[in-house]
Design a protein around this ligand. Structure first.
Ligand code: KIV
Ligand code: NA
Length: 278
């Protein structure tokens, strides 16, 4: 299978073919997403919430991102992988930003990076793109700024706010971003931005008219996600209860000594005992 690339993505938008994106954070999640034919994997800093158990993405470090991106890359060798630049790693000057990008690409083996923000980070985006690295933009609700925004609020609700988002989207396109994530944006504002840009929009809680959709792995699979009842999430499987039931059964069988059974043991007389166990 040939991985997607940014030229093909632009053609998909032109041809009206939706782009599927899902987060993944480690080898098994990436492997299963690739086997399910996902177009693009995002190693999101949402790993702070769904994997590391923090209550925001702010504590996530560059080391965390590199570590997780590298394991994703090993699980999905034929899928286009985008890694998030974490909180405060791209506002301290271009040298520092490029250092983080280098680590995500060279140590993490990502194919592209994602940065939160609009016109105010367009120069940074431009410099990263000029260094040969594809950049995915991210506007609307930007979780790294949650304390400034004052909560996880829907963006683009009035004309002025929709116009601000449109300006940000255009600034990112002009800076060379290959696509833009629209998070928690009204369907109307997202549709207008999608129409105005020649690069794809990837929506999360941004309605039906984006060029692609992205969701969080643990959310769509009910995998111990800390979130309940997010309107924009659809549950496609309940692996949380499958895992919990499987573990509970294991615990019961250890307690009642039905595990291990005869077929799981090595006898000294028997030839398996002298062969490798795996
Ligand atoms: O970290 C993440 O999962 C993201 C998506 C929600 C777009 O940034
Ligand atoms: Na993110």
């Amino acid at each position: 299978k040939q991985p997607l690339n940014i030229v093909k993505m632009r053609n998909m938008k032109r041809d009206g073919k939706p782009i599927s994106m899902l987060t993944a954070y480690d080898y098994p999640s990436a492997k299963l997403a690739e086997e399910a034919d996902i177009d693009m994997i995002l190693v999101g800093d949402s790993l702070g919430n769904v994997v590391l158990g923090y209550n925001s993405t702010i504590p996530v470090t560059l080391d965390d991102m590199v570590y997780h991106t590298r394991s994703v890359a090993r699980g999905a060798e034929n899928t286009f992988i985008v890694a998030d630049m974490p909180f405060m790693t791209y506002h301290g000057g271009i040298d520092e930003s490029l250092k983080g990008v280098r680590r995500l690409m060279q140590e993490g083996h990502a194919h592209a990076v994602k940065l939160e923000g609009g016109a105010e980070i367009a120069d940074t985006v431009k410099r990263i793109v000029q260094s040969g690295v594809p950049v995915l933009g991210h506007i609307g609700l930007t979780p790294q700024s949650v304390n400034q925004i004052g909560g996880y609020r829907i963006q683009g609700k009035d004309a002025e706010d929709a116009k601000r988002l449109m300006n940000d989207a255009k600034a990112l396109e002009a800076a060379g971003a290959f696509a833009v994530v629209l998070e928690l944006v009204t369907e109307e504002a997202a549709a207008e931005i999608t129409k105005a840009l020649s690069i794809p929009t990837i929506g999360i809680g941004a309605g039906r008219y984006c060029d692609g959709q992205v969701l969080v792995y643990h959310d769509i699979l009910k995998y111990a996600s800390p979130y309940r009842d997010k309107r924009f999430v659809k549950t496609y499987a309940d692996i949380g209860s499958v895992i919990r039931d499987g573990i509970a059964q294991y615990v019961r069988e250890v307690k009642d000594r039905s595990f291990p059974a005869e077929e799981h043991v090595f006898k000294s007389e028997n030839k398996q005992a002298s062969e490798p166990a795996l």
